[in-house]
Design a protein. Structure first.
Length: 163
């Protein structure tokens, strides 16, 4: 009878970053955002067809109120710009961030700098936004502050995104 060799077990190598340190997977902030998303989905499932714009609005305003300055001031201003530029968008939270959706699909969102401990806040668009231009276009913008010119540009982009 022939001797059976044990099957080789797959070797798992740790992912290395450019610094040479092994990756530990998701950061604490990323795990917290995923947990927030699970809670958002559970809340939406409980509400079923009863979900109202007002519920999303109050959730977004609560998230904004919890932000430290200067992100809070930027988020408040962005909320006003988005609501004025595209009243059809429904405010909702998305991974614990203020977001704005059309037909249930997130079109744009605001990520505070503090959320993932970055040096700037981010205003971004999802793939549901109608911003396609040629073969390449921006989907997010770094924000350190808002000027009137930037506010006008954001308003125009939001209008285009929902067109």
């Amino acid at each position: 009878m022939a001797e059976r060799k044990p099957a080789k077990k797959g070797t798992q190598q740790s992912t290395k970053q450019t610094t040479g340190k092994a990756s530990k997977g998701f950061t604490d902030e990323e795990r917290a955002a995923m947990k927030e998303r699970v809670q958002e989905l559970k809340a939406a499932a409980r509400q079923g067809g009863r979900a109202h714009k007002a519920d999303g609005e109050s959730d977004v305003l609560a998230k904004i109120a919890d932000m430290p300055e200067p992100d809070r001031a930027m988020a408040e201003r962005l909320h006003a710009i988005i609501r004025a530029s595209a009243p059809a968008l429904s405010p909702k939270t998305w991974y614990g961030m203020p977001a704005y959706a059309k037909d249930g699909n997130v079109v744009c969102f605001f990520q505070s700098a503090q959320k993932f401990k970055t040096r700037y806040a981010t205003f971004g668009f999802s793939d549901k936004a109608n911003l396609d231009e040629d073969a390449m276009w921006p989907t997010s913008f770094a924000l350190k502050e808002l000027t009137s010119a930037q506010e006008a540009r954001i308003g125009a982009l939001v209008k285009k995104a929902v067109s």
